[in-house]
Structure formats: structure tokens, C-alpha cells
Design a protein. Structure first.
Length: 140
């Protein structure tokens, strides 16, 4: 998405948790603790992936996108389909998206990414575009 910025990737944290599970330092029941709300969000709002669950290997993971921001008011904290995010990004100035992977079979879940979307990201790139197209000659 054009307005995506301030991306934080949690893959290293995910690897560490999975390593601890494989080494027996953390039990599978401790990491397979998705709430019923999260599991329902995965069913109704989630985006299926081709990646198998790293814990049970029975089901493919589902990505759930949660949105937070002041402009969302009562809608903050709701799960949204991926297709809804570009519409929100053009409508709202700024909001955060949290992407959680969920296994609907064993309840594994982990935050995998966080980023900011919104029109404010367009303002910054649009102000830089005229200068770049003039080779910096627009200012004298």
C-alpha cells in the first residue's frame, strides 16, 4: 500500500518463541492461547495463507488485521479484511494496523507486523515529487 510506513516486523521474536517451544523451554499450551474473539476474527475477517501452523502443522495460518487510531473512534480495535485497508487509508489521516497470525486448529497466535496507514503518508511523498521531477531546479 502506498501509505504504509513505520513498519515493525516481529519475525525475530516469533523465531525465538518457536525455538523455545522446540527446545521444551515453553509448552505448546502456553503459546496456543488465542482468545475465542481472535479465533472468530480469523474465521470471519482473516486472510488465509499458504503457510502451515508451526506448532500443530494441521492447518494453514490465517492473518487478522486489527486497526487502531483516534479517528476510528468506536471502530478502533476491530478486525478488518485486507481489502478494506486501502479504503480506510484514503479516508483517515492516520491509523495503526496490527497483523496477527492465527491457527484456527490449535490456537497458535503471534503478532507478526505493525505499521501505520493513512492520508498523512501521501502528503509527505507528494511534496517530494515536484522537486524530484525538476531535478531540484524548482527552488531558487
Amino acid at each position: 500500500m502506498r501509505t504504509q510506513r513505520q513498519v515493525i516486523d516481529y519475525s525475530l521474536q516469533r523465531r525465538a518463541v518457536l525455538r523455545d517451544v522446540r527446545n521444551g523451554q515453553v509448552g505448546a499450551l502456553e503459546v496456543c492461547d488465542a482468545s475465542p474473539y481472535l479465533r472468530n476474527a480469523a474465521t470471519y475477517h482473516g486472510e488465509p495463507t499458504d503457510e502451515r501452523c508451526p506448532i500443530c502443522r494441521r492447518d494453514n495460518l490465517t492473518l487478522v488485521h486489527y486497526v487502531y487510531g483516534e479517528e476510528l473512534k468506536n471502530s478502533a480495535g476491530q478486525a478488518r479484511k485486507l481489502a478494506e485497508l486501502p479504503v480506510l487509508a484514503m479516508t483517515l489521516r492516520e491509523f495503526q494496523v496490527f497483523v496477527v497470525e492465527v491457527c484456527r486448529s490449535c490456537a497458535w497466535n503471534h503478532l507478526i507486523e505493525r505499521y501505520v496507514l493513512g492520508r498523512d503518508g501521501l502528503v509527505e511523498s507528494d511534496t517530494d515529487a515536484p522537486l524530484a521531477s525538476h531535478g531540484g531546479e524548482g527552488r531558487r
